[in-house]
Design a protein around this ligand. Structure first.
Ligand code: FES
Length: 157
């Protein structure tokens, strides 16, 4: 049984069987439905969240395994009512079609840009390769990550 998870900057109380998958606990117990169930095998990336800044497939990890680590989900990205620059860039670049993969894509992109603010192609592919978009808007996703990288650099000036 787990009684607490640190999610989106807050210690959150809950009562959940720690053997349950993190994806299920986030969605069903905490109503954080940005992370989506897809393949259930760690292959599609729809369920991606960040744990201590690393992109993790929440369909592959029991909730109890997270321990005290800090979980971030798409719901925790906006600040003061403003979308995170990566979220805004996905909108600006029209980098979604059905939207099912988008939160997972965004979380992988956030992890990428936090580790590599100006990612080269190799770094981009290494970070985003495991996120599948069935609508195939990969070029626009690449554009969105570039736009977000530029925006974050401007914000840092
Ligand atoms: Fe987790 Fe596909 S549902 S990677």
């Amino acid at each position: 049984m787990i009684t607490r998870l640190h999610v989106n900057g807050r210690d959150t109380a809950l009562q959940a069987d720690g053997e349950r998958l993190l994806l299920s606990v986030l969605r069903d117990d905490l109503a954080l439905t940005g992370c989506k169930p897809g393949c259930g095998e760690g292959q599609c990336g729809a369920c991606t969240v960040l744990i201590d800044g690393k992109a993790v497939r929440s369909c592959m990890i029991p909730a109890a395994a997270v321990g005290e680590a800090k979980i971030r989900t798409a719901e925790g990205l906006e600040k003061d009512g403003k979308l995170h620059p990566v979220q805004q860039a996905f909108l600006d670049a029209d980098a979604l079609q059905c939207g099912y993969c988008t939160c997972g894509m965004v979380m992988s992109a956030v992890a990428l840009l936090e580790a590599h603010p100006e990612p080269n192609d190799e770094q981009f592919l290494a970070a985003m390769d495991g996120n599948i978009c069935r609508c195939g808007v990969y070029n626009r996703i690449r554009d969105a990550v570039r736009i977000a990288s530029e925006t974050l650099a401007e914000n840092d000036r």
